[in-house]
Write a protein that binds this ligand. Sequence first.
Ligand code: DHB
Length: 306
Amino acid sequence: MNPTKIGNLHLPNFIYNAAGVWDTTFDQYNELTSRDYCGAFVTKSMTLAARSGNEYPKYHFSNPGYSINSNGLENLGLYTYLEFARSAHHKPFFFSVGGFSDTERIEMLQTIQNGSLGNIGIELNMSCPNVGSAGPAYSAQTLQDSLNAIFTSIGKPHCTFGLKLPPYFLQSEITAITNVIKNVQYIDFITCINSVPNAIDYDIDNDLPCITPNDGYGGLGGKAILPIGLSNVSRFKREFDKNGMSCQIIGCGGVATGADVYKYMLAGASAVQVGTTLWREGPDCFQRINNELETILQRRGVNRVL
Ligand code: DHB
């Protein structure tokens, strides 16, 4: 096991699920939290009210090099996830807070804060690529406006608080987003990256896109996005260090092996999330990936991950 700390939360292991994978139902929650090698639980990104999301097929996993998803925020609604968090558990529980407007985000955040729950964190998802305008974090100005509205309403967060960000492709974007995070002050961590938007693949047996919603366009995940995830972690880490900021970074995108986790460590991640591989292999993947990581840490003579 490779324990780590995010904000004030102690994770028994460095590796856990990415928001949106194996985290929608109570059975999935119990299954992940009962696995020793899964260091925390993040919920499916939620809305105030339950949603059934997009029509099926909305996932494409048959190509080993990548995945495409367009779930459309299918979730059980905030109040059900509050019940999950209240049930006995010993792992940090992250609420992935989605929503369609700042008003909805503020109401969800206030309700979570008023819940008097221990051992929780919030990963505010500002980057959903599959619904409406895709989220405020695609523009530094929109992100700044949104966070100003949120923190004016809720004040200083009561628990470990982070942002799920989209992939950025230019250093100028990384610099602009770093400035926003520095300005708002209350961000303990960022999770980089959400899926890469605007991907499509075709089924050559019926000449149609592989998924149905949004004319076949969805978020790209899996091996194909590992180098983009690594570059986002690495570039933010450099910016944060340059600015003397203590904001931590959680790596997400393309983790399939222990070597991939080690690469995120080299880039500067404080923890790593697994999405596509968890979909493909199920919760057994955490132990396998952890064993592979242990072998690499021993070979490299590294005995701490922090
Ligand atoms: C969905 C996809 C995302 O990448 C995300 O961040 C939130 C929601 C979805 O389609 O449900």
